[in-house]
Design a protein around this ligand. Structure first.
Ligand code: HEM
Length: 400
């Protein structure tokens, strides 16, 4: 019931109108991100300059997505893209999510405070994260409350104005920072994993990258035209490249536990009694040969009916049936009443960022960082994903 109420409050923040406002925030940071990768002055007053030969995109995408979410949750960017002193937060968020995952798998760790003995460093890091974000949230709450409830209609606005229909009370300050923190974790790390995975599979599959560049460069003649709307949404190869990366590298890869309700349930011929915790990892579903032909190959064409799917050992044509089966099994955002509420926002950020990168840059895999021993995007499941890379070299596209 509590979940339903919070979800109703938050869903107002994802209306079409609200999404338009989010795009403006995203674009400020995506432009800054692209300028930094291009080695242009991008910081305040144009003083900042960054011109590395090799870029670790897990890091840069992390700074980008945290800056976007910081501004949307707290009304102010963390400025990680332009201020290296502010970047430690990314690491702490990963640690906080990891601790949550470990304690969720064995609840006595939390209940009996065994976490302070058995996973002390992790617990301390999580505490550091809480302290940091509590300060951040209280400051923002103060600023925003003073600015009045009619300030910017971002996530904070909706949280600040949320009322319990029964009691008429708003969220307390601890509840407010709790909710803002959940959003920060849910919205930044997942998006940066999906961005990094997409570029990883593109630099490892240069044929797919060439097709995507052709699609983006053929449909836009100026980078500033790349904004959301039908022109961008109609880029079918772009969407397929992103979906195919999220299939092989889902940003929440592990089993999301659900508890069986009263009366039990039968799953796949097995009876699970009431109270059983169960779940299936998206990672396993997404690589199952019943749903995906050549499941370990990166083939964006599998999402496009009638397209030829090329693998190392031959080719096949995707049909209405193969596309439908693939769609039905695809669940990077989970499904049902607890499925991702931020899906449209995430897809907007993914499309804008990847399309702008394809328009502006020529990108190459640099030194193998970001790849696991099986040739896939290297991820460690911490509920969200710990990742490093891909390392790439980026050059501004040669304009003829
Ligand atoms: C590619 C990016 C993203 C992926 C792959 C993703 C994935 C997911 C998944 C799998 C869940 C279900 C978790 C569970 O059941 O425990 C979830 C829930 C959620 N996501 Fe996302 N997410 C993404 C981006 C975002 C963004 C950008 C936001 C917000 C700004 C967001 C906000 C949320 C929230 C609030 C929930 C909890 C929903 C609820 O419990 O009702 N996510 N997401």
């Amino acid at each position: 019931m509590m979940h339903g109420r919070k979800r109703r409050v938050l869903s107002q923040a994802f209306s079409d109108n609200a999404l338009k406002g989010m795009e403006d925030v995203m674009l400020i940071h995506i432009r800054r991100f692209c300028a930094i990768l291009a080695g242009e002055p991008a910081g305040e007053g144009g003083k900042y300059k960054n011109n590395f030969a090799v870029q670790n995109l897990a890091e840069w995408f992390g700074y980008l997505t945290y800056d976007v979410m910081g501004e949307l949750c707290f009304g102010k960017s963390f400025d990680m893209l332009i201020d290296s002193a502010r970047r430690r937060m990314v690491h702490l968020v990963d640690r906080a999510a990891y601790r949550h995952y470990v304690c969720g798998l064995w609840t006595p760790l939390d209940r009996w405070h065994l976490d302070q003995i058995l996973i002390r460093t992790l617990t301390n890091d999580r505490w550091n994260f809480i302290m940091k974000s509590r300060v951040e949230a209280s400051e923002r709450a103060k600023e925003r409350t003073q600015a009045g409830h009619d300030a910017k209609r971002d996530f904070f606005y909706f949280l600040l104005n949320a009322k319990d229909p029964e009691t008429g009370k708003g969220l307390t300050t601890p509840e407010l920072w709790g909710e803002a923190n959940v959003l920060m974790i849910a919205g930044s790390d997942t998006t940066s994993t999906s961005l990094a995975a997409t570029i990883f599979y593109l630099v490892r599959n240069t044929g797919a990258m060439a097709n995507l560049m052709k699609e983006v460069r053929g449909n836009f003649s100026n980078v500033d035209e790349i904004v959301s709307g039908t022109r961008l949404n109609d880029l079918i190869y772009l969407k397929s490249c992103i979906d195919e990366a999220m299939r092989l590298a889902p940003a929440v890869p592990g089993a999301i536990p659900r508890e069986v309700m009263e009366g039990g349930v039968e799953v796949d011929g097995v009876f699970l009694p009431e109270g059983t915790d169960c779940g299936t990892p998206a990672f396993s579903i997404h690589r199952h040969p019943d749903y995906y032909r050549d499941p370990l190959s990166y083939i964006p064409e599998r999402w496009i009916q009638g397209a030829t799917c090329q693998t190392a050992v031959g080719s096949w044509k995707s049909t209405k049936d193969t596309v439908e089966a693939a769609r039905r099994a695809f669940c990077p955002f989970s499904i049902g009443p607890r499925g991702c509420i931020g899906k449209s926002m995430a897809l907007m950020e993914l499309r804008l960022t990847i399309a702008r990168m394809m328009f502006l840059f020529d990108i190459q895999f640099a030194d193998g960082t970001g790849e696991d021993e099986e040739g896939h995007f290297a991820m460690v499941d911490h509920f969200v994903v710990a990742k490093n890379g891909p390392n790439v070299t980026i050059r501004k596209r040669a304009v003829r």
